[in-house]
Design a protein around this ligand. Structure first.
Ligand SMILES: O=C(O)CCC(=O)C(=O)O
Ligand SMILES: [Fe+2]
Length: 378
């Protein structure tokens, strides 16, 4: 930590202890999005978020090199069930039933991972419906059970982690969890253990977070002092049961995209939903997606090989746009299409297509793209 950060963080706590609590927990609903890895230092995080107890979101660039992002997700943004089964099929995992409330949580059972994945696939096939309810795999100590797996690396911002440091020292427990579940699975309203801060990276799909600044929970308690199970339940409007609800601020709402990390400050209560995977509703099937990649790639090859013909440059055509961005951008795009086409070609569902109906066949197209890249870089 640099001296300036040290000085202002120390001053913060000096002033904080002589002022009223909670005064620093009102960010006004705006959550900062940290885009660039290179320009965001540990001191920046410490000074601007950790110490003032403000949430923030880190862009997907911060998790780009994680093993889970590479291997747990298919090319079209869905969970890679085959890979997960191959690595973790024999594990036994904790699974909660989101449709049943028992005291202030969901009842949990232990299931073999492969049985959970079977349930999940059937749940999707059955239009998100099952007599077993909506099951959510949660609080799975995956890294502890599979330390040899390349899953993630702790970003430097979260490396001062007293709880896990302690649990690791006495080798008893840890608070490093994996969550996986279908659309509609959710986690009821709570604050994290011992009011610790936490961080959560989303590997696949999208999540919605409802966050209440520390202290707001006082307004959300019922007349017996109990916190709600579901902070969105209409029952909270009933003043005879929740007398202070109308004094509460609306929650800060975050939609966390794949790859992004959310920082949840100490004492901030939250409720979390797994949303639909965006890419599953694009309406594009494999064949159409193949054609889409082909058109994009061929436009770029044409610009690289022929430059712009007069007709194209006169009109507002896609080729004119490609050319404006420059040759290197076209090569970049081609490299990306090679990457996506390569994983598409390895996809089991794609292989089931009648590949002779694709023109040119995928192998020929890939060969053509690679040759165009090589020529352009000569
Ligand atoms: O992802 C979820 O369902 C809950 C996550 C959570 O509560 C946390 O990371 O603190
Ligand atoms: Fe939590």
């Amino acid at each position: 930590m640099d001296r300036a950060t040290f000085a202002c963080s120390t001053a913060f706590f000096r002033d904080y202890s002589s002022s009223s609590q909670g005064a620093f927990c009102l960010p006004g609903g705006h959550i900062d999005f940290i885009e660039k890895v290179e320009s965001f230092t540990y001191s920046d995080f410490f000074r601007d978020y950790l110490i003032p107890n403000h949430p923030c979101i880190f862009s997907a660039k911060f998790t780009e090199d994680w093993g889970s992002r590479r291997s747990w997700v298919t090319w079209d943004g869905k969970p890679n069930f085959d890979y997960l089964l191959q690595k973790f099929g024999e594990a036994v995992v904790p699974v909660a039933n989101c449709d049943v409330k028992e005291y202030n949580s969901n009842p949990k059972e232990q299931l073999p991972f492969k049985e959970y994945i079977k349930y999940w696939k059937e749940y999707i096939k059955n239009d998100y419906c099952s007599s077993r309810g909506c099951l959510y795999l949660k609080d799975w100590h995956l890294s502890r059970a599979f330390p040899e797996q390349d899953v993630y690396t702790t970003p430097v911002y979260f490396s001062s982690d007293w709880l896990n440091e302690y649990w690791d020292a006495i080798a008893v427990d840890d608070y490093r969890f994996v969550y996986m579940g279908p659309k509609g699975s959710w986690t009821p309203f709570h604050a994290d253990v011992f009011r610790s801060y936490s961080w959560s990276a989303n590997i696949c799909g999208r999540k919605k977070w409802l966050l209440y600044p520390a202290g707001q929970e006082e307004y959300l308690k019922d007349r017996y002092g109990n916190l709600p199970f579901d902070v969105t339940a209409p029952g909270l409007q009933d003043r005879s049961v929740y007398p202070h609800y109308n004094q509460s601020q609306p929650p800060v709402e975050i939609v966390q995209e794949a790859g992004e990390i959310v920082f949840i400050p100490s004492g901030w209560h939250h409720q979390v939903y797994n949303l639909l995977i965006m890419k599953s509703c694009t309406g594009i099937d494999y064949k159409e997606f193949y054609n889409f990649l082909k058109v994009i790639a061929e436009n770029r090859i044409s610009v690289l090989e022929n430059g712009l013909d007069d007709e194209a440059s006169a009109k507002n055509t896609p080729k004119a746009a490609i050319s404006t961005l420059g040759m290197l951008h076209a090569v970049f795009d081609l490299k990306r299409t090679v990457k996506v086409l390569t994983s598409l070609s390895a996809n089991e569902d794609f292989k089931k297509l009648d590949l002779t109906s694709l023109s040119p066949p995928p192998e020929a197209l890939l060969h053509h793209l690679k040759a165009a890249i090589d020529t352009a870089l000569l």
